[in-house]
Design a protein around this ligand. Structure first.
Ligand SMILES: C[S@@+](CC[C@H](N)C(=O)[O-])C[C@H]1O[C@@H](n2cnc3c(N)ncnc32)[C@H](O)[C@@H]1O
Length: 233
């Protein structure tokens, strides 16, 4: 499969599972995904009336978490799957939210000039992109110098026994549970596959440095199954 074909496949897959996406997140994580997004937002340091780009916004939960912490901020939520983005737009209407704007766009070629945003967030994007170094450079490009890029993503737990338990859960049980709830077994087989090809937290940090970020660091949470990587543009 070419990178273009893989990218298209990811795009259509997220549109297909959009209707059950939030439910699946809550079930798979026991509701912890909400706390993980809040933890990621705590690493962001938006100035007063700052503007944040939440990339790969999906159904918008990370964008709304930014607004919860920064009530005077404006957030642009962008995703390349129109189908899943509709979930974010719907939530925004239901909440009569005026601080959000939504748009379709690819993380590998963002429709923005350099240094447009005071900060940038993304949840569960990096594992999905077909060119990680290019994506990291693109996120840095659209962020103002000194602004933070905060990335929340699943990672490979390192504790020996827990590592094995996680392996059984994530690689064996999640595809079954996800397939039943979403009605799309293929999508939830993709999930563990995408992690198996993704770099562990330390090598990923190195990629941030190579992409030109200053003061890059990461934190793990969720018993080492989640990582928040942060870099200053
Ligand atoms: C697992 S969902 C995460 C959604 C949301 N950030 C959250 O916290 O639940 C991954 C999202 O990344 C989007 N995505 C993947 N590759 C992308 C790309 N190259 N550009 C923009 N969005 C992308 C998908 O369409 C999908 O909505």
């Amino acid at each position: 499969m070419t990178p273009e074909e893989r990218s298209k496949r990811v795009q259509t897959m997220f549109s297909r599972i959009a209707g059950r996406y939030d439910l699946m997140n809550r079930v798979m994580t026991g509701g912890r995904d909400i706390a993980w997004r809040r933890a990621a937002v705590r690493e962001l340091n938006l100035p007063a009336n700052g503007q944040c780009l939440d990339l790969a916004t999906g159904t918008g939960d990370l964008a709304f978490a930014v607004l919860e912490r920064y009530p005077d901020a404006k957030v642009v939520g962008m995703d390349f799957s129109e189908g899943i983005l509709r979930g974010a737009v719907k939530k925004s209407h239901e909440r009569a939210e005026t601080r959000t704007a939504w748009g379709v766009g690819d993380a590998l070629a963002l429709p923005y000039d350099d240094a447009q945003f005071d900060g940038l967030t993304n949840g569960f994007l990096l594992r999905n992109v077909v060119d990680l170094p290019r994506c990291l450079r693109e996120l840095r490009r659209v962020t103002k110098p000194g602004g933070k890029v905060v990335c929340l993503e699943i990672t490979h737990p390192q504790t020996p026994i827990f590592k094995q338990l996680f392996h059984v859960y994530f690689y064996k049980m999640v595809p079954i549970i996800g397939g039943i709830i979403s009605g799309d077994p293929q999508a939830y087989s993709y999930l563990p596959n995408s992690l198996s090809l993704f770099p562990p937290a330390k090598p990923l940090l190195q990629k941030f440095r190579e992409a030109g970020y200053r003061d890059a660091y990461y934190k793990t949470l969720g018993l080492g199954t989640m990582a928040i990587h942060v870099g200053v543009a």
